[in-house]
Design a binder for this molecule. Structure first.
Ligand code: FE2
Length: 223
């Protein structure tokens, strides 16, 4: 029996519009735009360059704990000395794009229940994994598919395993979640997150051009 692919109607329409746009780089056609969620090639960041960021998380959690399960904490951190500035510059360089030193946050949680971030529509979330604990984390984006109009919806997930040093790009409007690959007391996920705003589709594509999906990675947008 041939396997039939089921797409949500709204996604199909949007994707077709996207794929027909003249300025879409052909390399990106395979990645299931317009919803985007993909891993990039691992930037070559030295683990020691994460130490100052993890130290700030430790300082915070030693006073406040990790909070309730599924609570996501946000720290606005800035390098405070020359060596931290140097680390930050090396991280930026390794990630291959420039961002304002005041425009990033460190997010951490034991796990993140399914949610989306509608206030951030019009942004690309770029996440560099700083900490996972004993096991990696599974980050997922979730969609609802319909075989045909009026059919019972089917929930599907696109998920990636991430380890310290991985870089992934997420559409904040798509429902997403995170949990440890193997639950353990020492697990928490911390990411350095940068929000890159785009004014239109062409600006969004310029961001994707700088943050290319990992070679060979197939993102089928919840198919
Ligand atoms: Fe989120």
């Amino acid at each position: 029996m041939p396997c039939e692919r089921h797409y949500p109607f709204s996604l199909l329409v949007a994707m077709n519009q996207y794929l027909q746009s003249k300025d879409l780089p052909s390399a990106l056609k395979a990645y299931g735009l317009p919803f985007f969620f993909y891993k990039c090639d691992r930037p070559k960041v030295c683990a020691s360059d994460f130490e100052w960021l993890n130290r700030m998380i430790d300082d915070y959690t030693s006073v406040n704990g990790l909070g309730e399960a599924a609570k996501i904490d946000v720290l606005n951190v800035k390098p405070t000395c020359a060596s931290e500035v140097d680390s930050f510059e090396r991280i930026k360089k390794a990630c291959g794009f420039d961002f304002d030193i005041s425009k990033f946050e460190v997010l951490f949680c034991s796990w993140a229940s399914l949610h989306n971030d509608p206030d951030w529509a019009g942004n690309v979330f770029v996440n560099l994994v700083l900490h996972t604990g004993p096991s990696g984390y599974v980050v997922g984006a979730h969609g609802v598919n319909y075989a045909k109009e009026g059919a019972v919806p089917v929930v599907t997930t696109q998920a990636y395993r991430v380890e310290v040093g991985d870089l992934f790009v997420l559409d904040p409007t798509v429902p997403h979640s995170a949990h440890p690959a193997y639950p353990s007391d020492g697990s928490f996920l911390a990411v350095l997150q940068v929000s890159l705003p785009f004014g239109n589709e062409s600006e969004k594509l310029q961001i994707f051009e700088k943050l290319k999906p990992q070679k060979g990675l197939y993102q089928d947008a919840f198919a």
